[in-house]
Design a protein around this ligand. Structure first.
Ligand code: HAM
Length: 417
């Protein structure tokens, strides 16, 4: 038996409704707010992620699906969407167009992580990127968009955590203060964090190991170490969230796993779906576009994990399963009836009715059983006599009442409603 690769998922027709609901909700909210869809390649040159996402991140160091192309170059399946979107903005000259540039995407991403509930090696993201606006209003707009998507889906028990991790002006001093603090505990930190002390000390703040997190609890906090500009920016964001009535908590342990962030970072965390509870994460990345060879262009964005949104919908949501059962099934006996069914099906489908007929060659009895199984609302029963006379019985499957109808799509449509 050939099985799907570890950490991947088949999304079956029985489950697809929730996915389509999320995607439609996200698209509707984006359209209302002037965001347009972009599609980017599934793979990019590896150095885009090395430079964009950052060489010291777990994603780049341990999780990328990187392979040598047949012509020798190194390609990587996208582990996220921001770097690819930023590359597309630069490459297509979108940075010169009217600003702000407001984009969204629905993509699959690939990370070689240890699979568990809510964590996969191929997963789906709905992401939003806003370029060319560096004000706190832009941050608030983005967070409000995420909040609206989650509320429209009806995700229960979700909390917004916000933080500011400063900018290239204030972060070096803060990093030094952190390193000083954690050096006092070097022996107690986990091996990964010992390494992070050299490479990426901020990441120690969100280490999940109980010892590291208890040490981190008393570490100097980012928000107490911001320069005036970053502090004003963060205050401006909070004032807008308050104004919008969006509840949040300032969480100095939100630092995010990717290198490109500066100032605002945030996560929406849903309880009741297990350890992988961050359904949406993002932040400001004012240096990213320049970092990968583009102009100076501020940006902010987020991505929501669609797999995790689907999981959290199990605790309640606004999703209502659409009724996709056929309005009409045409049961046939014989070649002439089958031809007539093809004609009627086509006319009724053009009118918008979900209509099916036999294409397997089943007996009448088996066709009736099948019509029941697919929950057809009406069944039209056609044989040679009916085709000859132009009249047939239309059965209402809910009460078995039969009406004689002429073989006219208009008349059938009038009855099935
Ligand atoms: P991220 O936090 O790495 O950020 O991923 C965003 C979301 O994708 C997570 O909150 C989670 O819901 C989902 N996700 C991540 N990894 C997995 C996985 N292995 N299995 C299932 N779901 C997962 C980014 O990717 C940034 N590009 C977000 C962003 C956009 N920042 C600015 N703009």
């Amino acid at each position: 038996m050939i099985q799907k690769p570890k950490g991947t998922k088949d999304i079956l027709p029985s489950d697809i409704g929730e996915w389509q609901f999320i995607e439609k909700t996200a698209r509707d909210v984006c359209r209302k707010r002037g965001f347009e869809e972009i599609r980017i390649p599934t793979f990019e040159e590896t150095h885009l992620f090395r430079r964009g996402v950052g060489d010291t991140t777990d994603v780049v160091q341990k999780e990328m699906y990187t392979f040598e192309d047949r012509d020798g170059g190194s390609l990587t399946l996208r582990p996220e969407g921001t770097a690819g979107v930023a590359r597309a903005v630069i490459e297509n000259g979108l940075a010169g167009d009217t600003m702000p540039l407001k984009l969204f995407y629905i993509i699959n991403c690939f990370r070689h992580e240890r699979p568990q509930a809510g964590r996969y090696r191929e997963f789906y993201q709905f992401g939003v990127e806003l370029f060319g606006a560096s004000t706190p209003s832009a941050d608030a707009e983005l967070i409000a968009l995420g909040d609206e998507v989650l509320r429209s889906i009806g995700i229960q028990n979700v909390e917004l955590h916000v933080n500011s991790i400063g900018c290239p002006n204030c972060r070096p001093a803060y990093k030094n203060a952190l390193v000083e603090y954690f050096k006092g505990y070097t022996d107690e930190l986990c091996d990964t964090c010992k390494n992070r002390l050299e490479t990426n000390p901020l990441r120690i703040l969100d280490c999940k190991s109980p010892i590291c997190s208890s040490i981190a609890a008393n570490a100097p906090s980012t928000v107490d170490n911001l320069c005036d500009d970053c502090k004003n920016h963060f205050d401006g964001l909070k004032a807008r969230l308050d104004l919008l009535g969006i509840k949040y908590s300032v969480d100095p342990h939100i630092v995010r796993g990717l290198d490109y962030y500066s100032r605002t970072v945030f996560e929406f965390i849903a309880t009741g779906i297990g350890a992988q509870s961050t359904v949406c994460g993002g932040g400001r990345y004012d240096g990213l576009v320049e970092q990968i060879g583009g102009p100076k262009l501020p940006g902010i964005g987020f991505a929501a994990g669609i797999n995790r949104l689907v999981l959290s919908m199990q605790n309640g949501s606004n999703y209502v399963k659409p009724d996709n059962s056929p309005a009409l099934y045409i049961a046939t006996m014989g070649e002439r009836a089958s031809l007539e069914a093809v004609r009627l099906c086509s006319l009724l489908r053009e009118k918008g009715y979900i209509t099916e007929t036999d294409i397997v060659g089943r007996s009448l009895k088996a066709q009736m059983k099948y019509a029941n199984k697919i929950a057809a609302k009406y069944v039209l029963i056609l044989g040679d006599n009916e085709v000859e006379s132009g009249m047939a019985q239309l059965r209402n499957m809910s009460d078995s009442a039969q009406t004689e109808v002429s073989l006219s799509a208009d008349e059938i449509a009038r009855i099935i409603g």
